[in-house]
Design a protein around this ligand. Structure first.
Ligand code: PLP
Length: 338
């Protein structure tokens, strides 16, 4: 294998040796299969192609100083994928099967797990979709589950730093009673135009408000929001956001650090009162926010004047990364050593 420059790979697809698959046919899940082929042969009328029957997950494996590989909170991803499947009438995969497939995919592609210290990790993408034909709008009878992996570089190449976000009321990602709380491909299709618009204006991503009233904060791009003030970690409670596992973990760590944690509606104007703010998700852990510009009112909410993350964002980020790489004690059994 050609030497990989681990610290300079981005967040892109890199071919690895194997992917792991499992098919649901005749009303039952089959055995796990190992494939080298990156392609799938599927019926042209498959429901995933026409009616968006597709759900996915995203998690990571990390190589520690001790040489061990740790997968972060995969039981949570397994449960969330079941919830997503139920949300769009797809067959759910048993939790053990999900975890078995993830471990297998990581072990088989062990040589692609980036070394400790590179800041890189192995991204794991489990996904499940309807493969049998339907022309009427109906769920598929058969399903395919695949786990692919790809090494990804450090999210912050120049070190942990802040970026600007923008509120734009002309776009919604999901409706209050819609599919926003599920990790389904359709939500991403619905966000592409908004994301590109925000990027073209120089922002790292768009900030969505609740679709009904446009009064409360929902999510930033494909990450949850949190704000810090008066020693309190505040994150939105909403029926249209994806329950982030990173956010869930940060809430536990914030409490451990002595912060109060509040999960409630956050009116846009409250942004002016936060001392720090961040977007959180598997890709970056925390992407600290420099400022949020309101495209419509022209108000700018500034959280960092020097491009540096605030002290609490910094502490939370290093604590969570420390657990993932095995540098910090794993008090909550969040990691699985493979
Ligand atoms: C995946 C995702 C997140 C982050 O979830 P994590 O479990 O922390 O990776 C946040 N918002 C959306 C819309 C997502 O799809």
């Amino acid at each position: 294998m050609k030497e990989i420059d681990w610290s300079n790979i981005g967040f892109g697809y890199m071919k690895t040796d194997f992917n792991v698959r499992c098919t649901f046919t005749d009303g039952k899940w089959g055995e796990l299969e190992v494939h080298e082929d990156e392609y799938i042969n599927m019926h042209m009328a498959a429901t995933c192609l026409h009616y968006g029957q597709e759900v996915f997950e995203g998690l990571k494996a990390f190589k520690g100083k001790d040489g061990k590989i740790r997968i972060f909170r995969m039981d949570e991803n397994a449960k969330r994928m079941q919830s997503s499947c139920e949300g769009i009438l797809m067959e759910t995969l048993p939790l053990e099967k999900f975890q078995e497939a993830v471990i297998k995919a990581v072990k088989l592609n062990e040589r692609f797990v980036p070394p400790y210290g590179s800041g890189a990790s192995l991204y794991i993408r489990p996904f499940l979709f309807g493969i049998s034909p339907q022309l009427g709008v109906n769920p598929a009878k058969d399903y395919l589950f695949i786990v692919l992996v790809s090494p990804v570089g450090p999210y912050f190449k120049g070190g942990f730093a802040t970026t600007p976000f923008v509120i734009m009321r002309q776009y919604d990602r999901s409706a209050p009673l819609g599919t926003g709380k599920y990790k389904v491909g359709g939500n991403y299709a619905a966000s592409l135009v908004a994301g590109q618009h925000a990027h073209s204006l120089g922002y790292s991503n768009i900030f969505y408000l609740d679709a009904r009233e446009k009064k409360y904060i929902d999510e930033c791009g494909a990450a949850n929001f949190f704000g810090i003030k008066n020693n309190t970690y505040v994150t939105p409670k909403s029926t249209s956001i994806l329950p982030s596992i990173t956010n869930k973990s940060l809430m536990v760590l914030a409490k451990e650090m002595g912060l109060t944690v509040e999960q409630r509606s956050i009116p846009v104007e409250e942004l002016a009162t936060f001392e720090e703010a961040g977007a959180c998700g598997t890709a970056a852990v925390i992407s600290p926010i420099e400022r949020i510009d309101d495209f419509d009112t022209k108000i700018s909410y500034v959280f960092s004047k020097d491009g540096k993350p605030g002290p609490i964002c910094d502490k939370l980020f290093h604590k969570l990364q420390g657990i993932q790489y095995g540098d910090e004690p794993d008090l909550y059994s969040w990691t699985t050593v493979v």
